[in-house]
Design a protein around this ligand. Structure first.
Ligand SMILES: [Zn+2]
Length: 184
């Protein structure tokens, strides 16, 4: 049974770090918590073993994932820049790894659910993922991806992130991307 570690980004309950906050006051940490819980439900239904772990400490997150022996790590965040920034991103560590394949499959599912949201990629390596030296991606033993669902700073995207249906669709897409990866 595959062991999938899901990390909702930023501090549990938003204290001390809620992550980004949207124009209407929606907190990123709360969206991340909800989407992670829904993703976990879908993955458990699909037969995965799931650990959801949220912490203000990036090292703590990596330690927990490594000690548990995760097969894959999915960190869930919302993007934030300006009111007109738009779209979805997935980060992996630099260079080609199996995380690139997982990122491609998750993004394919997210674009299916949200055809109006652009896929943001630098296409640096021909893959849909963006690559960066993000801490959780660098310090987990398992392959890891960091999903930026949409822009909480954009009022239209904040509304999607605030809605049960929007969160459910993101969760379903992430879970299907993971099960697509496991079954390939
Ligand atoms: Zn974040």
């Amino acid at each position: 049974m595959a062991k999938i570690f899901i990390n909702p980004g930023h501090a549990p309950g938003g204290y001390p770090d809620p992550g980004a906050t949207g124009p209407s006051g929606l907190r990123e940490s709360d969206v991340n918590t909800d989407v992670a819980a829904m993703t976990a439900d879908y993955l458990r239904t699909a037969g995965c073993e799931v650990m959801v772990y949220q912490s203000d400490s990036l090292q703590d997150i990596c330690d927990q994932a490594n000690a548990w022996g995760a097969d894959a790590v999915v960190s869930i965040h919302c993007n934030s820049f300006s009111a007109t920034s738009t779209g979805m991103e997935i980060y992996t560590s630099r260079g080609y790894t199996r995380a690139d394949d997982l990122a491609t499959l998750i993004m394919a599912q997210m674009s299916g659910e949200f055809p109006v949201l652009p896929v943001r990629s630098d296409w640096s390596d021909g893959d849909v993922d963006k690559e960066a030296g993000l801490y959780v991606l660098m310090h987990t033993i398992a392959l890891a991806v960091l999903v930026e669902l949409a822009f909480i700073s954009n009022p239209a995207e904040e509304a999607i992130l605030a809605s049960h249906e929007g969160k459910r669709k993101f969760a379903a897409a992430i879970a299907r991307g993971v099960t697509d990866y496991l079954s390939q």
